[in-house]
Design a protein around this ligand. Structure first.
Ligand code: HEC
Length: 143
């Protein structure tokens, strides 16, 4: 009896070829989709983070202590906050447990710590209802 022709290697070869040719366009599309868009919470949050007059007191931004490419307010030649120092923001999402099932309480408390201290921003406190919180959160969890 003749053995039936085995097509499985053809199927396998076709899958390999498809994967090879589809890989780049698919990865590019994923990359593009992940890129923050103009007007997104992330971008608004970034502006809030870098703005040296966002919180009331002049020449005080989150970026001054947490980014190296901060900008000063006009008419100021240096950062004037008492606790001015560089603290890198890294793995914020994991460190503060803010995921889909996480809870942002701890992160908000930390933000308010930086925000309210007279030796830092001295800009009062925000709560979850503040319109700056969602964008700021979107920016912070990507650090
Ligand atoms: C004058 C310096 C300064 C400014 C301005 C500042 N921070 Fe901070 N930030 C710190 C320091 C110092 C720490 C380390 C923990 C602490 O002492 O609170 C910190 C910690 C943090 C952390 C936790 C980092 C970690 O890895 O644990 C977050 C998040 C954060 N700041 C967010 C902000 C945001 C948002 C703003 C603006 C509203 C801001 N900070 C403004 C000094 C500052």
């Amino acid at each position: 009896m003749r053995k039936p022709f085995d097509y499985s290697w053809i199927v396998f070869a076709v899958i390999i070829v498809v994967v090879i040719f589809a890989y780049k366009p698919v990865m590019n599309a994923i990359q593009k989709a992940r890129q923050p868009k103009e007007g997104s919470d992330y971008m608004v949050g970034k502006e809030i983070f870098y703005n040296p007059s966002e919180w009331g007191p002049e020449n005080r931004s989150c970026a001054m202590c947490h980014a190296k490419d901060y900008t000063l307010s006009p008419n100021h030649s240096k950062v004037e906050m008492e606790e001015f120092t560089y603290v890198e923001l890294k793995n914020v999402k994991r460190k503060f447990g803010v995921g889909i099932i996480g809870n942002p309480d701890k992160l908000l408390a930390q933000v308010n710590r930086c925000l309210s201290s007279p030796r830092r921003i001295d800009g009062g406190r925000i709560n979850f209802g503040n319109s700056k919180w969602e964008p700021l959160l979107a920016y912070l969890v990507r650090q």
